[in-house]
Design a protein around this ligand. Sequence first.
Ligand code: ADP
Length: 494
Amino acid sequence: MATATLDKKVSVPRPKIRRTECFIDGKWVAAQSGKTFSTVCPATEEKIADVAEGDAADIDLAVKAARKAFERGPWKTMSARQRGKLMYRLADLLEENLDELAALESLDNGKPVADARAADVPLTIQCLRYYAGFADKIHGSTIPIDGNFFCFTKKHPVGVVGQIIPWNFPMLMAAWKWGPALAAGCTVVMKPAEQTPLTCLRMAELAQEAGIPDGVLNVVPGFGPTAGGAIVAHRDVDKVAFTGEHLTAQIIMRNAAETLKRLTFELGGKSPNVIFDDADLDAAVKGAHFGLYFNQGQCCCAGSRVFVHESIHDEFVSRVASMNQSRVVGNPLDLSTEQGPQVDQAQFDKIMGLIESGIKSGAECVTGGKRVGDRGYFIEPTLFANVDDNMEIAQREIFGPVMSVLKFRDMDELIERANNTIFGLAAAVWTRDIGKAHKFAAEVKAGTVWVNCYDVFDAAAPFGGFKMSGQGRELGEDGLRPYLETKTVTIAMD
Ligand code: ADP
């Protein structure tokens, strides 16, 4: 691990904090309770700003605004094409403010600003444009049923949707949720994660500037059990889309039972990334490194169980170790930084506890394992070799810069081990043998399979999990479906 030499550092300016209130019915308002909470810079542990702490009362106002905008007002009567136009305008405004948004994301979340510029903000824009283009292409079908009837289906927006998002990709998660909801004609009450509310609020400000009518997008910052819980319990919310931990999804599912809300979940993972001995080793090492350490390891699809063929195991480990040794860890607002801090103290503590567990269980800690500095939630890029399938570090989602390398011998053994997890979000395989790639892609239980690549995301390609990694899909046409109801109309013709 390295730190950038001072003269090489180029920091981007600290962004201005513009909005910290709730955004309800097109207005910026304090929480009804008057309460606020601090959002903290993970690199310095200093408060960035006090943000309105919404709870059930604010959610209720937001739901009423969203209902009014859904049932009456310009959103209901606007043509689908015009809805799409407003979404394109929002995407354009995000693009015009790309540097500021990237800096704000970096400040609030701790991710390297270079990553936010190259990935978070461009993918956010891509997602909104993708769904903007979908708005006027949503339609039903005509169905030849028995008898003299004319039968057709229409697609209706599902209604008022509650959207609860995590802190690892705050802007992008907002776009994954707003995109299909707005294209479908729904209205939204969003709760950003308490760790990272700032970019979502800024996006809401830009949405208003883009002309999205009042009440269509409402943002209520606050905590999970209070503000989030109120969305889930609210009788007038038709659907909840949630991204976060599977344990939280279990609570949400229980709490949504009363109102039988539609639910979609995008949850965690323990994704297998498999490297065969016939792979292009250079590409596999770089891809596996990126697939785990990108975003400080805080990706639901992180390739956190790296299965390496026994004949190339040692070579692989030594190459990843040397990449870790030269990785630039430090101030996320420096353009040269490759790894920033973890998002908060709780995540930091959880990761350090799991590193401790790895060491105690006998895995070999090849690099890292320790805190960096004494301020901010920085953790060294950590690499464990000789990991066994049953160790805690091979089973639990770590959500940090910790790679576990496991040896394997042949395909049959591998598939069984790759699937030996409660999760099924993503998987990858590195091989020059197309037959092996197909077999793995067919047999692995995962919503996304990458072959000779990792973390290739596109708004057009569906993403989501098998097993306890989720329900439903986001992105692509699949991602639009949960925001639509099908209405079947049958007309007697005689
Ligand atoms: P993490 O542990 O990574 O923060 P969570 O699943 O706890 O993941 O959080 C993801 C989102 O879910 C956040 O916006 C959080 O506030 C929200 N959340 C947490 N608990 C609940 C809950 N009981 N009901 C609704 N939302 C919740």
